[in-house]
Ligand binder design. Structure first.
Ligand SMILES: *[C@@H]1O[C@H](CO)[C@@H](O)[C@H](O)[C@H]1NC(C)=O
Ligand SMILES: *[C@@H]1O[C@H](CO)[C@@H](O)[C@H](O)[C@H]1NC(C)=O
Ligand SMILES: *[C@@H]1O[C@H](CO)[C@@H](O)[C@H](O)[C@H]1NC(C)=O
Length: 498
């Protein structure tokens, strides 16, 4: 904590000397100004307070006036029951006091004064009902509730302001100081606060005042879950292509040779044993597949997804995050609407599409669409973590007070408490957890029913194959019958050969 002592002597000095010093102090710190003048003091003090309050947003200024009976101290109480912008000097007693008597906390009760807050819709963080007569009731969502608690604790009223252009979520910010949206408005001092899933970034905290992070956000990639294998694919599964080739060649040879030559008994016994082993291993593998219901493999890391030719979709606010990740360049497109709408777009997109989004948006989407949990899959590798901050115009004295409040609220676990409304428990599995999405979440009764259905469909598929083979042999038989007729000599020739 620094204390700057500025000596204010004559009125004309104010413009040249005093302001130059005050502007050189780049952060708002505690200021003590010693006023040495023979002119009427109150108007000068009012001017000093007006400068500090309105230009610097610094409330922690005390003016010391030495006199014959000792030193008198003055500061301001801008927020009182009768005024919201008072810059009148108020004398304070600083004898035997500590720093908190010199700079008392004057923001604990703002006496119902209005603060302008830039808000935008971004469920589940903020939902704004602009029609609501009381702005307090018009706010919902995690950050909306937070703002309401802060407003109630500090006793201020809300003056809600829409982002510019309307409908924009947040705004972009560049390190060269070019800002858009809400952050531009704050830089131009057209509002007092903004809150609503605003990421903490170095660009923003360079040009704006911010609180410490009050909440965390994990960015992930959500993909569509792939369907399991069809029963016919499962039937071919137990052996590789080569093995199938060998088995069918051996069987074909046996058929050709066996029709002409009777095998000696030892070879026949070996042959039977071989058939038995092949059959047993085939059945065991099929059984294993049916009971583990494997799914087609999905990528587990971002690299695998990129190599697999994945493309990504995201909403326009989250899109700004992808600009910092080189792997996403040229592979990401913006899906219109709110961040939570990206999942509907994902379910309609082709399979090799991933949604770049946050866990909270997914949890919010699942509140209304619990059945989507089986259709979605989270990429095993988490992409980045982000923090959320509340922003103020540069130097704003509200930052410190609200930061303290948020810190206390975080210690009490209010954020976890509020976020219980999201469907955290029904999150889809990640691709590294397990190969069988949706399996663990079925109750045992349900999985028994599913297992039965799958076994039955396998039996049905086997029956279909048998029927197919039967149809084939009937067709061959029919053709053979036809070849007996005189007109079909070509066919007869063919069957002679076979
Ligand atoms: C909040 O401000 C209003 C308006 O000045 C006042 O009537 C009320 O008593 C204040 N509440 C508290 C808890 O101080
Ligand atoms: C700041 O950077 C952004 C992006 O790099 C650019 O679009 C903008 O024109 C720059 N602004 C200034 C004032 O240089
Ligand atoms: C609050 O916002 C108003 C504009 O709505 C601005 O005039 C005022 O200076 C701001 N005050 C602080 C302390 O940020």
């Amino acid at each position: 904590m620094y204390i700057y002592i500025l000596i204010y002597i004559y009125k004309f000095i104010f413009h040249f000397f005093f302001r130059a010093i005050a502007e050189g102090v780049d952060r708002n710190v505690l200021c003590i100004i010693v006023l040495l003048t023979c002119q009427p003091q109150r108007p000068i003090m009012t001017r000093i307070f007006t400068y500090f309050m309105q230009q610097r947003y610094n409330i922690n200024v005390v003016i010391l006036v030495p006199g014959v009976h000792g030193v008198r101290a003055f500061n301001v109480r801008p927020y009182t029951a009768s005024s919201c912008t008072s810059v009148e000097p108020v004398e304070t007693d600083i004898k035997d006091g500590d720093v908190w008597d010199v700079f008392p906390s004057r923001l604990k009760n703002l006496h119902g004064c209005p603060l302008s807050v830039i808000v935008w819709d971004i469920p589940p963080y903020m939902r704004v009902n602009w029609q609501s007569s009381d702005p307090m009731d018009g706010l919902a969502g995690l950050d909306g509730l937070l703002l309401r608690i802060v407003a109630r604790k500090m006793n201020f009223t809300l003056k809600l302001m829409a982002n510019e252009p309307n409908g924009l979520i947040g705004g972009s910010s560049y390190i060269n100081g070019t800002f858009t949206g809400a952050y531009k408005m704050l830089r131009e001092r057209r509002a007092n606060i903004t809150i609503g899933c605003a990421a903490c970034t170095p660009e923003r905290s360079t040009y704006l005042e911010s609180t410490s992070p009050y909440s965390q956000m994990a960015y992930i990639i959500v993909m569509r879950a792939r369907s399991g294998y069809s029963i016919y694919e499962v039937m071919l599964f137990p052996f590789e292509k080569g093995t199938w080739l060998v088995v069918s060649t051996v069987l074909g040879l046996h058929w050709l040779v066996g029709s002409r030559w009777r095998m000696p008994s030892p070879i026949l016994a070996g042959w039977m044993l071989w058939i038995f082993v092949i059959r047993a291993s085939y059945e065991a593998s099929v059984f294993n597949y049916i009971h583990n219901s494997p799914v087609k493999p999905s990528p587990r890391t971002l690299e695998q997804a990129l190599n697999g030719g994945f493309r990504f979709i995201t909403d326009h606010a989250t899109y700004r995050m992808t600009l910092q990740i080189p792997s996403f360049q040229g592979k990401t497109s913006i899906s219109a609407g709110q961040p939570v709408d990206v999942f509907d777009a994902l379910l309609k997109a082709p399979w090799k599409t991933g949604a770049f989004t946050s866990r909270a948006f997914l949890a919010a989407h699942l509140v209304g669409h619990r059945h989507h949990r089986n259709q979605l899959l989270i990429l095993g590798e988490k992409i980045i973590d982000n923090m959320l901050c509340v922003y103020f115009p540069q130097g704003s004295y509200f930052a410190w007070e609200i930061n303290n409040l948020l810190f206390n609220m975080r210690s009490f676990g209010i954020f976890q408490h509020h976020s219980q409304i999201l469907a955290w428990n029904s999150m889809p599995t990640t691709t590294t957890d397990t190969d069988t999405p949706g399996k663990s979440i079925h109750s045992s009764k349900e999985s028994a029913a599913r297992g039965f259905a799958e076994s039955m469909s396998f039996v049905l598929a086997a029956l279909n194959c048998l029927m197919g083979a039967l149809c084939f042999s009937i067709a061959v038989f029919g053709l053979e019958l036809l070849s007996r007729r005189r007109r079909w000599t070509g066919l007869a020739w063919l069957f002679e050969r076979v």
